[in-house]
Design a protein around this ligand. Structure first.
Ligand code: VGL
Ligand code: ZN
Length: 194
């Protein structure tokens, strides 16, 4: 299954931030394993002139999703902290478009489309299909992919460049099934994107 990457594609890297990586406050198990795979996709995207988008969870210090406010999560990805920074190992191009989300204290947003201008930016560039990878499979990747499909974008899910939190065992696999049901096509690096 050779897949030609080019016009009408964009690469969307979801939340590859220090707090979601080993040692971070909300570490996704093996989250760091997505980085070398994503770097290969970044290199391919750059060689084809494919735009690269990177979303980030960008919370205020008293965000409603934090346990102190009754939310489910430890504090993570507080805006302008080291924990919210992209992994230094991720080779983001200088002209990558950064999409910040969940910036309001009273609302969470797992999807990179929610409360952002991602969809209009993609449409303006003529993007029809997204290559999506990052963290975490069962939260922000899942919701981003479902919104992408609802917004009419095709999705190639980079299945070897995602990892799950798995609060409940099997959450990641369930999320992958849900994305497939919504029409996302799972691909792996060995499928030979070119
Ligand atoms: C995420 C939990 C809380 C994610 C963000 O990026 O998947 N997960 N906030
Ligand atoms: Zn969050």
């Amino acid at each position: 299954m050779a897949i030609n990457v080019g016009k009408a594609h964009a690469l969307l890297i979801v939340d590859v931030q220090n707090d979601f990586l080993p040692g971070g406050s909300l570490a996704v198990p093996n989250g760091d394993e997505v980085i070398p795979v994503l770097n290969r996709h970044i290199a391919l995207a750059r060689s084809r002139g494919v735009p690269v988008f990177a979303s980030r969870d960008w919370h205020p210090i008293d965000h409603c999703s934090f346990q102190a406010q009754g939310g489910p999560w430890p504090p993570h990805c507080v805006a302008d902290t080291q924990g919210a920074a992209f992994s230094p190992g991720l080779e983001l191009p200088r002209d990558a478009v950064i999409i910040s989300k969940a910036m309001r204290e009273d609302a969470d947003a797992y999807s990179s489309f929610e409360g952002t201008d991602l969809a209009p930016q993609l449409r303006k560039l003529g993007v029809k299909q997204l290559l999506v990878g990052g963290l975490a499979t069962d939260y922000c990747v899942l919701n981003t992919v479902l919104d992408a499909r609802q917004s009419g974008f095709g999705v190639l899910l980079l299945a070897d460049a995602i990892r799950a939190v798995n609060v409940k065992p099997g959450d990641g696999e369930r999320a992958e099934r849900q994305m497939a049901q919504a029409g996302a096509v799972a691909i792996r690096i060995e499928d030979g994107l070119q």
